[in-house]
Design a protein around this ligand. Structure first.
Ligand code: DON
Length: 304
């Protein structure tokens, strides 16, 4: 086995010394003041070891990373019926692009772009008794960690500025692909995106996708077949119009968020999470992507 601690240390040194750290997202006003000098990386291996360096215990807004967790909860609740309302193809466009949704009659390309995630939010609103509380409980149950929480200021900040998400939800509604009121679904979606976690919490929550559906608490949540689908969607759609680049450079299923987090995994081997708030031109964490590319190159551990 490679010496993970030494490898993470060298990745960390490269990251903190990088001259270009990307640009922090400003379209959600509450996120724009985060210091882009933060950098954390955390690795959890399937044989029970854990390694972390830098700001790996600091919490940040997980944003779109939450879409994977909402998807897995929806799979647990309604299974295959999801695919009557959402496709499973990469979009090749930005996460909030709307043109394809109109052209394709209100069927989102996949559950990881915003329109697809809004349909998943609609499914959770329909099928959970207390949607926000129950979703939070799901994440807490995956890890036994009751400190995972919403950031209400971030949720409100996005509600006040989320015009494209309102447009997407209204478009879905016009195509009869949204069953609940737009405001109710988006309230859930904005809260889901506002959840805060550290890199180590993210690695723990995502453990089930590297462990055949069985979470860190040793409870089976989704089947092997469903895990295969979640990981396939992360690989092909997790980075929007940069999904090809992530597969090319890193070679792992993964998911990014505009808060600067990335989580990626190799089934049966490990989950790795990075946080660096500066984004590249495609809206994914600049140094996070570089760090993961170095990690899979140095360890030779990727799916390819
Ligand atoms: O809906 C939005 O625009 C944000 N709540 C999430 C976007 C996001 O994280 C895109 N991913 N990189």
């Amino acid at each position: 086995m490679p010496d993970f601690q030494v490898i993470l240390e060298s990745i960390y040194q490269d990251a903190i010394n990088a001259s270009d750290k990307g640009i922090v997202a400003s379209y959600i006003p509450e996120l724009e003041h985060i210091d882009k000098n933060n950098f954390g990386i955390h690795l959890r291996t399937s044989d029970g070891k854990s390694y972390g360096i830098g700001d790996y215990k600091k919490r940040f807004s997980i944003q779109s990373i939450s879409k994977v967790l909402a998807l897995s909860k929806a799979m647990e609740l309604i299974g295959e019926a999801i695919w009557e309302r959402i496709d499973v193809e990469p979009s090749g466009h930005k996460f909030n692009q709307l043109a394809l949704l109109e052209i394709e009659n209100g069927i989102p390309r996949n559950p990881l772009i915003n329109s697809g995630a809004i349909v998943i939010a609609d499914i959770l609103v329909s099928n959970l008794k207390n949607p926000k509380e129950d979703f939070l409980s799901y994440l807490r149950d995956l890890t036994g960690d009751n400190t995972i929480c919403f950031n209400k200021d971030v949720a409100l900040s996005e509600k006040l500025t989320g015009f494209k998400n309102y447009a997407a939800a209204n478009l879905l509604k016009s195509f009869k692909n949204l069953q609940n009121p737009v405001d109710e679904v988006l309230d859930f979606y904005f809260h889901q995106c506002s959840i805060e976690m550290s890199c180590s919490q993210l690695s723990n929550v995502f453990y089930l996708f590297a462990n055949n559906g069985r979470c860190l608490q040793d409870k089976l949540h989704i089947t092997d077949g469903q895990v295969k689908r979640v990981n396939a969607l992360m690989l092909t759609c997790g980075f929007y119009d940069e999904a090809g680049e992530f597969a090319f450079e890193v070679g792992l299923p993964g998911k990014s968020g505009v808060g600067g987090g990335i989580v990626a995994l190799l089934p049966d081997k490990f989950v790795i999470s990075t946080w660096s708030p500066g984004l590249n031109k495609k809206g994914n964490s600049k140094l996070g992507m570089l760090a993961l590319a170095k990690f899979t190159t140095k360890t030779k551990l990727s799916i390819f």
